[in-house]
Design a protein around this ligand. Structure first.
Ligand SMILES: *Cc1c(COP(=O)(O)O)cnc(C)c1O
Length: 389
């Protein structure tokens, strides 16, 4: 959220001050809300004051309208509390945290079937949005290099995707000056398909985004079909239009529940994939992941070699300092749950989604759009006949 400075002259004392109703010897005067108080207060008083105000928030355990993890085991919480203080960027001071990030990258690359013959490369991020920025940049830089080599103009890059993309892709396009080309929804199709994607591609297309688990209705986009259409198009035109899979949700669902669905690095044109560790990776916010199928897909110019914290730290990120604890928590889940644990949890979520999507249409006025058999998310609508009345 973008916040604005509040004009204190316009506020009544009640609006400008916190005046807790409980009496505490330590809290004999009101506390300003919008200015740093002049004096100190004891830790327990500050703790209680803030905790009580936060009681006004929703209860995250009851928040069913989120994709983000709202519960972790006490051991995970403890591990996270113990590793808040480690700066993820400082690989020299915290080499074991860096090693754990490397292990996670390896585990995820293999989960997504990165071929052993290629050198999959990736990193943790603060979430899928940062991962999308990095993935999009790699697409843009690679496209520009190909164009420059051919002596062709590089001033009009575009990115092809469904209109149902998560806002991070619109953000990527605006921030990095790439024309977004949206495939509209049509009839009962609420996501991208190969035929429509191909129509929008030209020589200036830096890539196509396919979503595994659309935020709109939970559906998987037909990644294999799009890959095959790209294979044909690229063969006919000599272009090299790649595919990035936004697996924010599905990246941690499909490998466990739909192992036979081919959507990942088994497909030739899938050059990079992102996922949110804090969604079905089952970690508290914020951690995301991005993996490129091969080191070559990640342009060297985008990697910064920083040495002021010690040795050479190759880094590709939008931010710098970040707590190491979410990555540690991701590793905890991988070890603690294993593939079987993830499968069981996600299957239970899918069973719940399927049960609900089986009951809701029986109520009468509703009709399903999707049923939760992809990511455990489904959408329904009022039947036409009723909404027409
Ligand atoms: C949630 C989501 C994102 C953004 O992910 P964050 O981890 O919240 O930054 C991007 N794409 C899709 C498909 C998503 O579901």
């Amino acid at each position: 959220m973008v916040h604005q400075k509040i004009n204190l002259d316009r506020l009544s004392p009640e609006e400008a001050l916190i005046t807790p109703t409980y009496a505490s010897r330590a809290l004999t005067s009101a506390v300003p809300k919008y200015e740093i108080p002049e004096g100190e207060m004891p830790p327990a008083v500050a703790y209680n004051l803030i905790r009580d105000e936060l009681a006004l928030d929703g209860n995250s355990r009851l928040n069913l309208a989120t994709f983000v993890t709202t519960w972790m085991e006490p051991e995970a919480k403890q591990l996270m509390a113990e590793t808040f203080d480690k700066n993820m960027i400082d690989k020299d001071e915290y080499p074991q945290t860096a090693e754990i990030e490397l292990r996670c990258v390896n585990m995820i690359a293999r989960l997504w079937n990165a071929p052993e013959s290629e050198a999959a490369t990736g990193c943790s991020t603060i979430g899928s949005s940062e991962a999308a920025m990095l993935g999009g940049m790699a697409l843009k830089w690679q496209w520009r290099k190909r164009r420059q080599k051919e002596g062709k103009p590089t001033d009009k890059p575009n990115l092809v995707m469904g209109i149902n993309v998560q806002v991070c892709w619109e953000k990527f396009c605006r921030y990095w000056e790439v024309e977004p080309r949206f495939v509209p929804m049509e009839g009962n199709r609420f996501h991208l398909n190969a035929t429509e994607a191909i129509k929008l591609i030209d020589e200036n297309t830096i890539g196509v985004i396919a979503i595994m688990g659309s935020t709109f209705d939970g559906s998987y986009e037909p990644v294999q079909e799009i890959n095959d259409a790209l294979e044909k198009l690229n063969r006919e035109t000599g272009w090299q239009v790649p595919l990035h899979v936004d697996g924010a949700s599905g990246g941690f669902i499909a490998p466990f529940l739909d192992p036979d669905l081919v959507w990942d690095f088994r497909l030739k044109w899938v050059k990079s994939i992102n996922a949110s560790g804090h969604k079905y990776g089952l970690v508290y916010p914020g951690v995301g992941w991005i993996i490129w199928r091969d080191r070559q897909e990640l342009p060297e110019e985008l990697i910064f070699h920083c040495n002021y914290l010690g040795g050479d730290l190759p880094n590709f990120a939008l931010n710098f300092s970040r707590p190491g604890n979410q990555v540690v928590a991701q590793y905890y889940n991988f070890l603690r749950l294993g593939k079987e644990g993830y499968r069981q949890i996600h299957q239970a979520c899918r069973d719940t989604a399927l049960y609900l999507s089986g009951e809701i249409p029986k109520m009468g006025p509703f009709e399903l759009i999707t049923d939760g058999s992809t990511i455990p998310v489904f959408a329904w609508k009022l039947k036409e006949t009723i909404s027409d009345q």
